[in-house]
Write a protein that binds this ligand. Structure first.
Ligand SMILES: Nc1nc2c(ncn2[C@@H]2O[C@H](COP(=O)(O)OP(=O)(O)OP(=O)(O)O)[C@@H](O)[C@H]2O)c(=O)[nH]1
Ligand SMILES: [Mg+2]
Ligand SMILES: [Zn+2]
Length: 361
């Protein structure tokens, strides 16, 4: 079965996906990977080429159950319209909360191995934002990487290495790579990094994600913002996510720039971004120390001693607070969600049986 759909191998199809797909293959459905989603429809890369399919059938208004770029799906072998019948369980997913007012998550990309956070060197570094992206990236299950784009705009090597160090301090355990898509600096490392598995490009609008994607492909496959508009204000250039099989191997997902990234159940992620704080916290006298004014607090001592930047501690507190709030809201929804799930499965099974009898759902 793996060989039957081996045309999908460049898109990441493997033995495990083939096994997960077996029941759908038995129903005569085709496997494919979602390359782009817009308004209830998506482009699916199948062994027979790209097909357009309706997704609403799978998706009962739950943003976490929405088919997203990177998903492996089971799609009708024919018909007009075609429908996506199911998506295979995700190995990883990059999720953010849709806004700070709501607790729903929004899935930006699924089945990713590397989460690349593109940070532009054309504007002042916002380490707080980098930390926020990193928390989500860790939580996604993918390996985070920070790429500092437009390195050509920082011609002084000493300044550049200081900027890299600043980001490294905010990103323990995460590779930080300066690149210039314009001159090709750092691209060799980036090609190696993206050469296996699936990489998603994340980051603010104007960070240079699509330019980087084009540099990897060696052709202008993604729309790039006009050169004058580099301040990240104007309109988003990339409006739908796009998935590409790279000529150098691996799969790349470009995303539209994110204005804000809310956290979504990213408690583990926060811990990993601030691993040095969590390590210090183990030395605190009280195990539930809030590092506010408790006696014997090792975290505050490190701030006083100048080993831990105060900004890092404040950033940490802010993310922990925000995340608690979102998790509390989400938990209340959990039970209702499970019930909805059963309903969804029931409706799905019924519609599949009807489809077998030749009727449209
Ligand atoms: N100097 C310089 N400019 C670059 C580089 N990479 C990208 N740019 C410029 O940065 C601007 C934004 O690039 P895009 O690739 O459209 O940014 P994006 O992250 O895809 O933006 P959205 O799709 O809106 O999220 C363009 O004007 C690019 O020409 C680089 O390596 N050096
Ligand atoms: Mg873009
Ligand atoms: Zn403490």
């Amino acid at each position: 079965m793996f060989t039957a759909f081996s045309a999908l191998a460049p898109y990441g199809w493997d033995q495990a996906w083939a096994e997960a797909f077996a029941p759908y293959a038995a129903d005569g459905l085709l496997p494919g990977r979602v390359a782009r989603v817009d308004r209830g429809q998506c482009d699916v890369v199948t062994a027979d080429g790209v097909v357009r399919a309706d997704t609403e059938f799978v998706v009962p208004r739950d943003p976490m159950k929405v088919v997203c770029t990177g998903d492996w799906v089971a799609v009708d072998p024919g018909g007009d319209p075609r429908y996506v019948r199911a998506y295979l369980p995700r190995r990883t997913a990059f999720v953010r909360s849709t806004s700070s007012q709501r607790s729903e998550g929004q899935i930006l990309a699924a089945n990713i191995d590397h989460a690349v956070i593109a940070v532009s060197l054309a504007v002042e570094l916002d380490l707080g934002r980098v930390e926020r992206f990193l928390a989500l990236a860790w939580e996604s299950g993918a390996q985070p990487v920070v790429v500092l784009t437009k390195a050509d705009l920082v011609p002084d090597p000493v300044t550049l290495s200081h900027l890299v160090q600043d980001v490294e301090t905010s990103a323990p355990g995460v590779p930080v790579l300066p690149v210039s898509a314009l001159y090709g600096d750092g691209l060799d490392v980036f090609v190696a990094l993206t050469g296996s598995g699936t990489t998603v490009l994340l980051g603010q609008s104007g960070a240079g994600k699509s330019t980087l994607a084009n540099a990897l492909v060696g052709a202008d496959v993604m729309d790039v913002r006009a050169a004058r508009d580099v301040d990240g204000k104007g309109r988003h250039t990339t409006t739908t996510r796009n998935l590409l099989a790279l000529p150098t191997g691996g799969v790349l997902i470009d995303t539209p720039g994110l204005r804000g990234v809310g956290l979504f159940d990213a408690e583990t992620g926060v811990g990993q971004v601030f691993s040095e704080i969590e390590e210090l916290a183990e030395e605190c006298r009280f195990h539930d120390c809030a590092h506010e004014q408790e006696p014997g607090c090792a975290v505050l001592a490190a701030v006083e001693g100048g080993e831990l930047p105060r900004r890092r501690l404040e950033s940490y507190r802010k993310l922990v607070r925000e995340n608690r709030w979102i998790v509390a809201k989400t938990d209340a929804r959990l039970r209702a969600e499970i019930k909805k799930d059963w309903k969804r499965m029931g409706a799905l099974g019924k519609a599949m049986m009807e489809a077998k009898r030749g009727r449209r759902p």
